[in-house]
Design a protein around this ligand. Structure first.
Ligand SMILES: C[S@@+](CC[C@H](N)C(=O)[O-])C[C@H]1O[C@@H](n2cnc3c(N)ncnc32)[C@H](O)[C@@H]1O
Length: 310
């Protein structure tokens, strides 16, 4: 009888990225004012993606870097980090988080540019062309799920920190069609910077707009393909904790409130327990434009038999 495969030898498509709360993951690692950003990636998700798709010394790019989660985790892991953020407020905070991480011993180099990532070629040093191993990012979406709860005596509960800015040109504020067109342009601008075979990993979750499902994860794959990338993997990053066979809910006040209200209206919504990690790849030189089947070797594995790019 064949020896059973040891658990640690195979990569999992479900990442347990919320074993600790978001607050615990950030405490002492990010400046406290980072909580003002309405939609940050979980640090564990960024770490997992960076470890899966890059090696120390390689370049990681986040073209919509917010307060710099991708970049901070990248330099802690000894990668070089490059970020772009449209809003000066968040770009400054990303720089401050990176300086703080350096002070704490993070070793990687970094740069953060303020501007519109659709014009990446105007913002980023051309010497990076063909050198980026991983683009790891998350588009802005679904404002109803974001923000902080502030309870004031006698005034009830108020929502705070639920907007990226007041700038109507921020892709967070332009509506789903324009957001996806802008996101496609950003991915297309990343392609010349990626090395052949380089990876693009995007975290996204579905949300509801006036009751209708907006299937952002599927739209992200479509945007990537329109930008010249090939679908590669679709993974699950948990937003709930795992304790044995029990899920530990970590939903925000607003996520719970939205689901409760929908259920009272007779719409059987469920609390979202994960986000998708949509992974695409720049064609390698030998793959041709249509992509081809190839066997992939996972870091740390002797042999992986995942077949990609049908
Ligand atoms: C979901 S947030 C990213 C958060 C980030 N992953 C973090 O953990 O802090 C998306 C970011 O994209 C930025 N953004 C919107 N339009 C942009 C554009 N055209 N170019 C660059 N950044 C943009 C928003 O200001 C927002 O900070």
């Amino acid at each position: 009888m064949a020896e059973p495969t040891r658990r640690c030898e195979l990569p999992l498509s479900v990442w347990p990225t919320a074993q600790q709360t978001s607050r615990t993951q950030r405490t002492g690692r990010y400046l406290p004012e980072s909580t003002a950003h309405p939609a940050r990636m979980l640090p564990a998700t960024a770490r997992r993606a960076i470890e899966a798709y890059t090696a120390p010394g390689e370049v990681v790019l986040d073209p919509m870097c917010g307060i710099g989660t991708t970049l901070v985790e990248a330099i802690h892991l000894g990668r070089q980090a490059v970020g772009v953020e449209y809003e000066p407020r968040w770009a400054d905070l990303a720089r401050a988080n990176l300086i703080d991480a350096e002070t704490g011993g993070a070793a990687g180099d970094w740069q953060v540019h303020t501007g519109d990532a659709r014009s990446l070629h105007h913002l980023i040093d051309t010497a990076l062309a063909g050198r980026v191993a991983l683009v790891l990012t998350s588009p802005p979406y679904g404002s109803s799920l974001h923000g902080q709860v502030r309870a004031r005596p006698g005034q009830g509960v108020a929502k705070a920190d639920c907007a990226y800015s007041a700038d109507r040109a921020n892709l967070a504020h332009v509506g789903t069609d324009k957001l996806l067109a802008g996101f496609t342009d950003i991915l297309a601008a990343c392609v010349p910077l990626l090395r052949p075979g380089g990876i693009v990993a995007v975290t996204a979750r579905p949300w509801r707009s006036r009751g209708a499902l907006v299937d952002l994860p599927s739209a992200v794959f479509a945007a990537g393909e329109a930008a010249g990338l090939l679908p590669y993997e679709r993974l699950v990053a948990l937003l709930v904790g795992l304790r044995g066979d029990t899920l530990v809910p970590r939903a925000s006040f607003f996520a719970l409130d939205q689901v409760r209200k929908a259920r009272r209206r007779g719409c059987p919504l469920r609390v979202i327990a994960h986000e998708d990690v949509l992974v695409l790849r720049k064609p390698s030189k030998h793959m041709g434009s249509g992509g081809s089947k190839e066997l992939r070797r996972e870091p740390g594995c002797r042999a992986s038999t995942s077949v990609v790019a049908p």
